[in-house]
Design a protein around this ligand. Structure first.
Ligand code: SF4
Length: 295
């Protein structure tokens, strides 16, 4: 493996990569060259592919500045084993059960963001690792935090009913959240928290390879789409979604947006709109609507 023969640059890169690995980030963008060719080569060696969430090694100002400065002085390239680099633990594991287990082990008793201080239990995700349909919520609430499972409170009951109305069982789908620990007083997760935690969700999605993702609520939608818009604008259409670093043979998922069940509990008038969203999903997945007893 060719990297620059410069101890300072190697140390800086090693530290950055080790830091990213500790954060659960294993993939990095390769971007179009806009700095000297010798540096582009180094970035290539750091990792082909793209990053699932939030960090772009080559654009981090201090590192890019360091790389640009070093390139003028030390363009020499040598063969080396850059032992710090390693793939995600689940890389090459095609069985989603095994892959999810490795991701859970990698997450460990996570303290990567400040939400660890307010949680009782990490809420990793639940459901069928082979699911075609995955629901993504915002974060655990009190019931979820106590039980270690997403969507088990009142909102969870409503989600179960929505899934049942689709002709599915909770066990048929996979359910997870943008963040895996309960924010204090059920506040919205903050940006640093979502950016720290969501790479693990991206890896879960890559392991499960669902056909359809349904984002529940504006926070989930905003984080998955990396854009902010009113729910009325986000709903009712499909988005293509494929986490960076996913299996190249997987075409990715289609992403739909609907209301969070907790919102529907507060404003039941929107249930009809949510049902339209779910019908769009059912149609795409070829799920026939349940016949009523009176039909
Ligand atoms: Fe770790 Fe995610 Fe919990 Fe933060 S929210 S401590 S990143 S598991």
């Amino acid at each position: 493996m060719a990297i620059a023969n410069d101890p300072d640059l190697r140390r800086a890169l090693s530290e950055r990569i080790r830091y990213c690995h500790e954060m659960g980030i294993y993939d990095f963008y390769r971007r179009a060259p806009e700095y000297p060719q010798s540096i582009e080569g180094e970035v290539d060696e750091i990792g082909a592919g793209s990053l699932s969430a939030g960090t772009e090694l080559a654009t981090q100002p201090e590192l890019k500045g360091e790389m640009a400065r070093k390139s003028a002085a030390a363009p020499a390239i040598v063969e080396d084993a850059f032992h710090v680099l390693s793939p995600r633990p689940e890389a090459g594991v095609t069985d989603p059960v095994a892959a999810l287990k490795l991701i859970r082990e990698d997450l460990g008793e996570c303290t990567r963001c400040k939400l660890h201080a307010s949680r009782q239990r990490i809420v990793f995700g639940v459901g069928d690792p082979h699911a075609e349909l995955m629901f993504i919520g915002e974060g655990p609430g009190a019931d979820e935090d106590a039980q270690g499972e997403p969507f088990v409170g009142r909102a969870g009951q409503l989600l179960n009913n929505m899934i049942k109305a689709m002709g599915l069982r909770r066990e048929d789908v996979y359910i997870a959240n943008i963040v895996k620990c309960r924010p204090p007083a059920n506040r919205q997760p903050e940006r640093d928290e979502t950016e720290t935690c969501s790479p693990f969700l991206m890896r879960q999605i890559s392991a499960i390879k669902p056909k359809v993702l349904v984002a529940l609520g504006a926070t989930a939608a905003k984080n998955l789409l990396a854009m902010s818009a009113p729910m009325t604008e986000l709903r009712g259409r499909w988005y293509d979604f494929k986490p960076a670093g996913s299996d190249p043979s997987w075409p990715g998922a289609r992403l739909a947006i609907t209301y969070h069940p907790a919102f529907l509990l507060r404003d039941p008038r929107q249930k009809g709109e949510a049902w339209k969203d779910l019908q769009m999903v059912m149609k795409y997945l070829g799920i026939e609507p349940l016949k009523k007893a009176s039909d």
